[in-house]
Ligand binder design. Structure first.
Ligand code: PEP
Ligand code: MG
Length: 762
């Protein structure tokens, strides 16, 4: 009989019981005995304490199998004999999921795998707890009872405490023999591949370094409110000075100051300071006050759907961290970075990034950031590969580990083996060759192999993006999203600030055309200072032109700023979310009135004003003819048009994955829209970000798009692709496919492009 003892099961032993058990475990580890004897003693001590019929310890081998290392209650002959594959049986499942597995009737569980050699037949209740260390499962602690029962939460927690200590002991080398310790070490420190989201493309190979500074413990309630208020005041002063110094230093050469200026605005924001002071005067210490205001800010951040707004709240979050560091006096204690550092941080603001030694910084892995966050914008401007959203990074990586990140795919390779290392080095070399080739090709025209011409511009939103015009050879800016300036500030940007930005952008464009889209505000893109009603469907709510018409106080100053910035030059103004032709008539009237007003005041005006409508709502797409009567050009906002066409929120992952813009229905619809624009003799471009993907861009070209506005990073690849395509063939192929059958063309088109030998990656 395998089961050596049977006792009635009952609840856990409470906290004191657990403390006693953990101490006994320490004592066992400290005794003089062979490794196996000590391990067996441990299982005996645990089993006795937690009232289990069986207590077993399985350890993970480097090949990911789980071996029974010790048992109290199962057949002893099974020790070092019973092995389970990764994910196999209840033990394997516990290890693979890294979560406790509890069942009252193990044989009935779908994952159950019967092992006769263990003699486990009479056992019913099962509790498996993974031994986790550095984010990895090193093995499993198993408790079993004969009777069918559910382990209580207390018991599970107690088992987890034991498992944590076991993992600690296993990794320390104190318990196991040398070979096994080495094996555990291999599991712990072996190569790991993690996945995140690539935000700034590029491959970085280097050494991991952590940026987050641990916050020392502090008191919650203040003894002396006045002196806390004083501490807060001087920390705020220090914080502001540090940001000012950064702005004043020459280290910002080449990077637009816009981003840091905005950051500085937050540092000087009166509302923030007042909230902090109020928290101190409610009796908190300065540190607790910062944390409380930060928590409120985070709560808003979680709710904010609009990425721009979320990013600005991130800046505030980051400033709070800096303020805490000023309070603790740790701001100056920066450890030297290793050579080729890949810096890992939960959050980072643009100021922090700019302070890092550029000569050593190779790449960044951040817990939270999005394409439009300031830190990403600065990283992009500096050409530092950036990956975000990598779960488990802090537990899987130690400072000093070798690490590789791919800012395009979002892959993170921790402690890569030599093969992986070599293949990334090769990939990096190929990429830089490709970048160099794209740069060499930047003056080549966007013309297909059979002579069809394309007009390719780029999307932008900050002055910082403008140098990409020269580096990519784009023909101009096809979409300048002006709302960014409205969303990052603490208040509506003054007309003078708007005019300054537009002038700078036109100057930097150096004669190339720039299409300014008026602020696409409302919906989710709502800044803090805008008082608005809650809407059930913000994407379809009071936004874009609808808001502009109802709030001339926003649109008029913007038009004035645009007219003033473009004096003597051509001005292109694009209106977002146009739904009915009358809205564009209204917009044009405002432009005409403001132009007349300037003239009457004796001011100069632009040499020419072109008015455009975004086609991003199906009703506008349907009445292209009418809209064309009052427009000079049109631009398809594919992101929104697809959202409304499929009735699928563009920010919801499930709906995004479900509906592909290369679905024949959407391509057919676009073909129809393009045809109507052609009939109306109206230039029409496509500025949705989807065209950054080459297969998508090819499909759009196939249905008739000849003008694109792409993210700057996509321009080089697009030029390459289009120059090797024979448009007559692509048009015929796409036309035939769109007319027949159903579903997305993506896979078929990708295959076709490869078969044609069209230079093309991905
Ligand atoms: C679009 O909708 O495709 C577009 C270009 O505008 P935005 O992404 O700013 O809504
Ligand atoms: Mg849009």
């Amino acid at each position: 009989m395998a089961i050596e003892k049977t006792r009635p099961a009952h609840g856990g032993h409470g906290e004191r019981g657990i403390t006693v058990l953990l101490k006994r475990m320490h004592d066992v580890v400290a005794t003089e005995a062979t490794a196996q004897e000590r391990l067996d003693d441990l299982t005996k001590v645990i089993a006795a304490h937690v009232v289990a019929d069986v207590c077993s310890i399985y350890l993970r081998l480097p090949n990911d199998e789980l071996e029974l290392f010790s048992t109290q209650g199962l057949n002893r002959e099974a020790v070092h004999q019973t092995r389970l594959k990764w994910g196999e049986g209840l033990v394997g499942a516990t290890c693979a999921t890294q979560k406790p597995l509890v069942t009252a009737d193990a044989p009935l569980h779908p994952a159950f795998s019967y092992r006769p050699e263990t003699g486990e037949d009479p056992l019913h209740s099962f509790l498996g707890v993974p031994l986790i260390r550095s984010g990895k499962a090193l093995g499993v602690l198993v408790l079993q009872n004969k009777i069918s029962r559910r382990y209580t939460d207390d018991e599970i927690q107690a088992a987890q405490a034991v498992a944590t200590l076991l993992a600690e002991i296993a990794a320390s080398g104190e318990l196991l023999d040398e070979d096994t310790t080495q094996e555990v070490d291999q599991v712990l420190h072996g190569p790991v591949r993690l996945e995140g989201k690539g935000l700034v493309p590029g491959i970085a190979i280097g050494t991991a370094a952590f940026h987050d500074v641990p916050m020392p413990k502090h008191k919650v309630f203040a003894d002396d409110t006045a002196s806390e208020a004083q501490r807060l005041e001087s920390a705020l002063d220090d914080l502001r000075t540090s940001v000012d110094d950064l702005l004043a230093s020459g280290s910002l050469a080449g990077v637009s100051r816009d981003v840091l200026e905005t950051y500085r605005l937050f540092a000087y924001d009166r509302g923030w300071k007042e909230r902090l002071r109020a928290a101190v005067f409610s009796g908190l210490t300065a540190e607790s006050a910062v944390e409380q205001v930060q928590a409120e800010n985070r709560a808003r951040m979680m709710k904010a759907k609009d990425p721009y707004l979320r990013d600005r709240l991130h800046d505030l979050d980051d400033l709070s961290f800096r303020l805490l560091r000023h309070l603790s006096g740790e701001i100056d204690q920066r450890d030297d970075l290793p050579e080729n550092a890949i810096v890992i941080a939960r959050v980072m603001g643009p100021a922090d990034l700019l302070e890092i030694d550029r000569a050593r910084l190779q790449g960044l892995v951040l817990g939270e950031a999005s394409t439009t966050s300031h830190v990403a914008i600065v990283a992009r401007a500096l050409g530092i590969p950036l990956v975000t959203g990598v779960s488990g990074i802090t537990s899987s990586v130690e400072a000093g580990d070798d690490i590789i990140i791919d800012g395009e795919t979002g892959d993170v390779q921790v402690r890569p083996n030599t093969d992986v290392n070599a293949s990334y080095r090769e990939k990096a070399a190929l990429r830089s060759e490709q970048q160099a080739a794209f740069a060499r090709e930047r003056d080549l025209p966007f013309v297909s192999a059979d002579g069809v011409e394309f007009d390719v511009m780029m999307n932008a939103g900050l002055a910082l993006d403008m140098p990409h015009l020269a580096s990519t050879g784009a023909n101009g800016v096809g979409l300048f999203r002006t709302e960014l300036q409205f969303l990052i500030g603490a208040q509506l940007p003054r007309m003078s600030a708007q005019q300054k930005l537009y002038t700078e952008v036109l100057d930097l464009a150096d004669g190339k055309p720039v299409v300014f889209r008026t602020a696409d505000l409302g919906g989710d893109k709502s800044a803090d200072y805008m008082v608005r009603e809650e809407e059930a469907n913000p994407a379809m709510g009071w936004r874009g032109m609808r808001m502009a018409i109802d709030r001339p106080g926003i649109l008029r100053p913007q038009i004035r700023a645009l007219l003033a910035a473009a004096v003597g030059r051509e001005l292109r103004v694009l209106f977002p979310m146009v739904t009915l032709a009358d809205e564009l008539v209204f917009a044009r009237e405002i432009i005409d009135k403001e132009t007349d007003f300037r003239r009457r005041c004796g001011h100069d005006v632009p040499s020419k004003v072109l008015v455009g409508a975004m086609i991003e709502v199906p009703s506008a797409a349907w009445q292209i003819g009418e809209i064309a009567k009052c427009a000079d050009f049109l631009s398809i906002g594919g992101n929104d048009l697809a959202q409304f066409f499929f009735a699928a929120d563009r920010d919801t992952e499930q709906t995004q994955a479900r509906y592909d813009p290369l679905d024949r229905s959407f391509l057919g619809f676009l073909h129809h829209v393009l045809g109507n624009a052609e009939k109306a003799d109206m230039p029409i471009s496509y500025c949705g970000e989807q065209a950054a993907n080459l297969v998508t861009a090819a499909a759009l070209a196939g249905v008739g798009v000849r003008r694109f506005s792409l993210p700057a990073s996509a321009v080089g690849g697009f030029r390459r692709m289009i120059r090797s395509v024979t448009m007559a063939e692509l048009t015929a192929w796409t036309g035939a496919k769109v007319m027949n059958g159903r579903g997305s063309l993506r896979r078929e088109l990708a295959l076709w492009l490869r078969e044609q030998g069209i230079l093309f990656e991905g």
